[in-house]
Design a protein around this ligand. Sequence first.
Ligand code: ACO
Length: 324
Amino acid sequence: MTGSGSAAPSRALDNQDISHFVDTSDEWIASRTGIRQRRLAQPDQSLKTIAAAAARNALEMAGITPLDVDLIILATSTPDDLFGTASQIQAELGATKAVAFDLTAACSGFVFGMVTAAQFIHTGAYQTVLLIGADLLSRWVDWSDRRTCVLFGDGAGAIVMQANPDINHLLGFELRSDGTQNSCLTLAYQPQPRELTAETIVGQGNFQPIQMNGQEVYRFAVKKVPEVIEKALFRAELSVAQVDWLVLHQANQRILDAVADRLGIPAVKVISNMARYGNTSAASIPIALDEVVREGRIKPGDVIAASGFGAGLTWGATIFRWGK
Ligand code: ACO
């Protein structure tokens, strides 16, 4: 784990601003979620440009150039193009020797991406991987639904993972999914019948805005996230006490507090920045990680437990050591 970077749109929308167009208040949002503002991409900003900015920062910290990258994985649920956006980022960066693809696992995307990247490194197929988590959920939120629109924001984070022949820094992981609970959280395509011939009807429609059963998702996260972290720690042959930092998907401060409490991890080890960004989906873990790395709080050799959870439903945890 040799570099990190992040980027977010400069336009900020605070809770007070939201109370001007839906029936809510700063007090309700802050006390139920811990969120105070979120960054929102303007119409002329794309996932590609924000993700590329985060990627450049990560490459710079790693001390490498785009030409050194073998593989780019973009974890996102909100691509600029449904055929994929990773290759556009590859072109934007000038990473001409890399192969690039998108990976979709909602708010678990960054953790799923880290495990995927590590497999390519462990087989020896690739030496240097650029892993990006980026989402612009503002494009897909129903801005008239106060139960969801207060939660989400836009941003991107990235890390560079490089082969080290002597040490494996991904110490343990556990990935899970449960499609039977898919309806708890969706950004679903809704087809409309369109008749081409008397016998042939295709379904052409649009994606519908985010729908969420907040209480179900809350219960799921608080129960499943500690389990998956414990399993990943078991695989890493480490105890909870050996974790230096807990970096959870930044969905809700109450979820962070409850998970840390269940695991017995003290609040000083729990990284939280959702007050300033809201829930940025696949971007939330790498943005939080990057901020703390740049503050100098995370040091080389520190053990980090990261866990993502969300739509799918998907959830997972990685235990890794920061640094070369
Ligand atoms: N402002 C004011 N009132 C509100 C708001 C709001 N923004 N939103 C909901 N309310 C009201 C509801 O209408 C309801 O009122 P009623 O009782 O008169 O019907 C009341 O507040 C309570 O609503 P609940 O949904 O029970 O509120 P809850 O305490 O569960 O908090 C929340 C809602 C914050 C969404 C919580 O359930 C949560 O955080 N869930 C997890 C969500 C999550 O993390 N999702 C992201 C997963 S990541 C991904 O993959 C995208």
